[in-house]
Design a protein around this ligand. Structure first.
Ligand code: ADP
Ligand code: ADP
Ligand code: MG
Length: 473
């Protein structure tokens, strides 16, 4: 077993990994930028190391991180999500320094990190992919337009190296193609230093269904059922549900088997996620594989009772998987809502600043993975997600009720958050019926933003006041 893990991340995921380390009696080392010196992960880790006075450089510089790990006597590195978590060069450097990388090996990251390469590997292995092309950069605009016509509008342009919803453009008509293609290339270069852009058929009104994979170093691969991540804003997930309230047992079995086959095709190890689009006719298509732990792993933990970060660590340290597919049983439904410090009424712009009141929701089957506390000043340099609220109940319906109740209780003051907006989603009839696809948020945005935001705010304030008085504040 490992003895000391350096966590190459920040925020709630760093806190989550520290907790897993502590549960396994493993020492944890936090790295932090100067802007993060008061952050929760620094306070919670056994040891901490200021890696840079620049807010971002330290979390993105592979050499600095490996050097820190050696200096601090760590024997492994956990990359979390975002930052360098899907960077094959970083994984390789970690392994070359004789440290253990808690994730799949660098070659697998290379294969799956590039959406195009992943698509062609999947196709070779008989796994259905969304109809589409290879990178189009070398072709003339005329040729690209012909291809789009052949695929049929709408089409979607994607950065091969993309992630986090960035470098994606939907094009509905030929006259918008050139402008979008160029914009997509620019965004791809800016974010991913690689401007390869390819095209896919835009599947109309699909559901985003992804399967959690767990694989050990000895060829044992299982899946831990699916998550429905169709509630998205600008291709980024806001609410996730496990299992999907809509898919049948038969479809689940077929998609799960396909996800396992996809992982086996690249000799995948550790935790990973196979993402699919599911169309109106229950046809499913491989979209991409995320070679890291995901933001929404907590809902899978809640329905399966398995600690995914703990499993990642145990697999990386060489343990054989002591579970077979038949051992995986789920209980009830879990829902996660991402609480972001953002101004919903101002195009969701980040709203960093000082947290003056913080009261996370509590009660049975309510879990909060967070990185903020009262008087913490949320720095402006990072992702705006500050907490994940996760609830579980015996049915989807009851889980929505519980999420709504927990959101009512959850009180953050000092910065604007997505809490009132998330409550409006909970009250939406289609959401309650489980009747939604990836167009849900964009279609309903206006009413979800305006609908009683003020009212819910008042309710939050009233509850906060009641709680504060009970707590003798
Ligand atoms: P998940 O796929 O785990 O549900 P997201 O796609 O929302 O989550 O991404 C998780 C986090 O990682 C977000 O903060 C996002 O901005 C960031 N992220 C994801 N992929 C990349 C990438 N390739 N490069 C940089 N940041 C990324
Ligand atoms: P990222 O790496 O940024 O997560 P994905 O390829 O996973 O990018 O796509 C993100 C989201 O964009 C999906 O969850 C889905 O909502 C939408 N999307 C991607 N490809 C298609 C497609 N071919 N048709 C319709 N929607 C798509
Ligand atoms: Mg994705």
């Amino acid at each position: 077993m490992l003895s000391k893990i350096l966590i190459a991340n920040r925020g709630e995921i760093a806190v989550r990994i520290i907790r897993a380390c502590r549960d396994l009696h493993i020492q944890s080392v936090a790295i932090y930028s100067r802007a993060d010196r008061d952050s929760m992960h620094v306070k919670m880790a056994d040891e901490s190391y200021e890696i840079s006075d620049d807010p971002l450089r330290g979390y993105l510089d592979a050499d600095l991180i490996v050097e820190a790990a050696i200096k601090m006597g760590a024997d492994a590195i956990h990359p979390g999500y975002g930052f360098l978590s899907e960077n094959a060069a970083f994984a390789r450097k970690v392994q070359e320094a004789k440290l253990i990388w808690i994730g799949p090996n660098a070659d697998v990251i290379t294969k799956m990190g590039d959406k195009n390469q992943a698509r062609s590997i999947m196709q070779q292995n008989g796994i259905p992919i969304v109809p589409g092309t290879e990178p189009l950069n070398h072709l003339s605009m005329e040729k690209i337009a012909k291809i789009a016509q052949k695929i049929g509008y709408p089409v979607i342009l994607k950065a091969s190296a993309g992630g986090g919803g960035r470098g994606i453009r939907v094009v509905t008509q030929e006259q918008d193609l050139e402008e979008n293609f160029n914009a997509c290339k620019r965004e791809a270069m800016a974010f991913f230093k690689n401007d390869d852009v390819f095209m896919e058929k835009y599947i109309s009104n699909p559901r985003h269904i992804e399967f959690q994979i767990l694989a050990d170093n000895y060829g044992n691969v299982i899946h831990l059922m699916e998550r429905d991540c169709s509630i998205q804003r600008r291709h980024q997930k806001l609410i996730e549900i496990a299992p999907s309230p809509l898919i049948s047992e038969d479809l689940r079995r077929r998609m799960g088997a396909t996800a396992v086959a996809a992982a086996k095709a690249v000799h995948y190890t550790n935790a990973g996620t196979v993402e699919f689009l599911l169309d109106d006719y229950n046809r499913f298509y491989f979209m991409e594989m995320n070679t890291r732990i995901q933001v929404e792993h907590g809902i899978t933990e809640e329905i399966t009772g398995l600690d995914l970060i703990g499993r990642q660590i145990r697999i990386a340290s060489g343990e054989i998987l002591d579970l077979t597919q038949n051992d995986i049983r789920t209980q009830g439904y879990a829902i996660e809502a991402r609480i972001n410090a953002e101004d919903v009424n101002n195009d969701f712009v980040p709203n960093p600043g000082k947290v003056t009141t913080y009261y996370p929701a509590l009660g049975p089957f309510v879990r909060v993975d967070s990185c903020i506390y009262k008087d913490y000043v949320i720095p402006p340099f990072y992702d705006s997600m500050v907490a994940k609220l996760i609830v579980r109940a015996s049915s989807y319906d009851l889980a929505v009720n519980k999420l709504d109740r927990a959101l009512q209780e959850f009180t953050i003051r000092g910065v604007k958050t997505t809490i009132p907006f998330l409550r409006n989603i909970c009250e939406d009839k289609d959401f309650r019926r489980g009747d939604f696809d990836t167009s849900f948020l964009e279609t309903k945005m206006d009413s979800l933003i305006s609908e009683d935001s003020k009212n819910t705010d008042d309710m939050v304030v009233a509850i906060a006041a009641a709680i504060a008085s009970r707590c003798g504040e």
